[in-house]
Design a protein around this ligand. Structure first.
Ligand code: UDX
Length: 455
């Protein structure tokens, strides 16, 4: 078939950074396999951010962007967590997507959609011949835990949850929403809804790679045609020959690239990189404690404190840091993680950050906050053994002494645990690279997906 397009695909992401990134990357992978991709964003995200980013030349993505009417005006936040938001979002996007498909000739072969919008399946079914591919931005381990929970395997907070093909889990290893009823109910319902129609979807794609979760994956595959297609991170971090593909292509935040110059001035392996992703919010007292803990480690550190969080920093903190520490509002995270000066990554364990670190062989300090993050942290420490997890008190508070202890374990040259962690991190990095190199598990799964939809 040569370079002629094999298939035409629409890709729709929930408009938050942690979902846009892997779906943008998957789109690029599909394009590299001669699939034509149209990336669908909500009209409010398109108007607020993407239009400006594209016209500013911020992206060199070989994609076209089409906004879907989500019923919200320019200036409305990309998402909010109210039931009203979700209802209006679903109603408007379903209608707008269906109209788009009707207007296309030939019809797209498939819609790849964020698993948090399971109702896209109904839109696909209105258009015979358009396959429905649900894309899960969390790993199969987390998916399996949700499935067990929905089947009633455990009802409420309990210590020692025993599930097939997993190590015993404590209550605080489970995705947060499964045991904390005080958390946002609509978000919990949104996450559970990912599984409501999985018996009917055509493709069950997961942003992970097989070596991370072999046993659980086998268990999931007995029920659904689950396929790992990850790690969905820009290709140059997996294959140096693809130097052009160094970021996801679009960011809802402006990165302060000058932090790379600061990193250039630091010795090899000497910097702690700290970031809690695009959503996590630390309580005021916790922020102050993290600030004190990082300073007390005596190591260099680069800390991403989002604009909305900066007011929680202790007064004069930035001035007092001098050359030891740098605080930025957003970083070019992949370039930072790939920088030789980075010694470890203190993270909230969002799945993208976790995969990025695993793919780049960076040791982790997990300080999970929300959603799937505690489960990721559990596996980072106890199963993959590529990092340590901070111990929090019963209210979830982490002391500065604990931060210093964890940094010591991972950063100390001579610590046995640190050595083992670094060795494991490098081993998993090789597996991550293999998965997406030609003929690797994930690469084969993507080829199979393309072949099936192109039929
Ligand atoms: C969310 C959830 O929290 C996460 O657990 C889920 O699995 C996916 O969606 P988020 O909290 O933002 O995402 O964390 P994460 O998954 O790590 O995604 C953040 C993304 O932003 C990463 O790709 C990271 O590289 C990028 N980032 C973060 C930057 O580019 N610069 C920064 O300064 C911080």
């Amino acid at each position: 078939m040569g370079d002629e397009a094999k298939a035409k695909v629409l890709v729709f992401s929930f408009p938050i950074q942690g979902h846009l990134n892997p779906l943008l990357q998957f789109s690029k992978r599909l394009i590299s396999k001669t699939v034509t991709v149209t990336f669908l964003t909500t009209s409010s995200t398109h108007n607020n951010i993407i239009r400006r980013a594209i016209s500013g030349g911020a992206t060199a993505l070989p994609l076209s962007f089409v906004p879907l009417d989500d019923g919200f005006e320019e200036g409305h936040p990309s998402t909010d967590s109210s039931p009203e938001y979700f209802a209006k979002f679903q109603e408007n996007v379903s209608r707008s997507l269906s109209q788009l498909i009707s207007s296309m000739e030939p019809k797209p072969n498939a819609v790849v959609y964020d698993s948090c919008t399971p109702w896209v399946l109904n839109v696909c079914r209105e258009h015979p011949g358009v396959a429905a591919a649900s894309f899960f931005t969390q790993c199969s381990i987390v998916n399996a835990i949700y499935v067990h929970s929905l089947r009633g395997a455990f009802k409420e907070f309990q210590d020692d949850v025993v599930l097939p093909e997993m190590p015993p889990l404590k209550g605080n290893d489970l995705p947060v929403f499964l045991y904390d009823n005080n958390l946002c109910r609509p978000l919990f319902e949104l996450l559970c809804s990912q599984f409501e129609n999985v018996d009917h979807i055509d493709f069950f794609l997961v942003n992970s790679f097989d070596e991370l979760e072999v046993e659980v994956l086998e268990w999931m595959k007995k029920q659904w045609p689950v396929k790992n297609i990850g790690p969905m991170i820009p290709s140059m971090y997996l294959d140096k020959r693809l130097a052009g593909d160094k970021d996801y292509g679009l960011s809802l935040f402006s990165a302060q690239n000058e932090c790379l110059d600061w990193l250039d001035s630091k010795p090899h392996g000497s910097v702690i990189y700290v970031s809690f992703g695009s959503i996590a919010v630390l309580k005021d007292a916790q922020m102050i404690e993290v600030a004190a803990g990082l300073k007390q480690t005596g190591h260099n550190f680069l800390w991403v404190v989002r604009e909305t969080e900066t007011k929680k920093l202790p007064s004069n903190y930035i001035e007092e840091l001098g050359e030891k520490g740098l605080i930025v509002k957003w970083s070019p995270q992949l370039q930072v993680l790939a920088h030789k000066s980075i010694g470890c990554f203190m993270t909230h364990c969002g799945w993208n950050s976790t995969l990025e670190a695993l793919s780049l062989g960076v040791a982790l300090i997990g300080m999970p906050a929300y959603s799937d993050q505690p489960t990721n942290a559990k596996f980072i420490e106890d199963v993959w053994k590529v990092g340590v997890r901070v111990k929090a008190d019963k209210d979830g508070f982490v002391t500065k002494e604990e931060i210093v202890r964890c940094v010591g374990e991972v950063m100390e040259e001579m610590s046995e645990k640190g050595k083992e962690i670094r060795k494991n991190a490098l081993r998993l990095m090789e597996y991550a690279k293999e998965a997406l190199s030609e003929g690797g598990n994930s690469d084969k799964n993507i080829d199979e997906f393309v072949a099936k939809i192109a039929k």
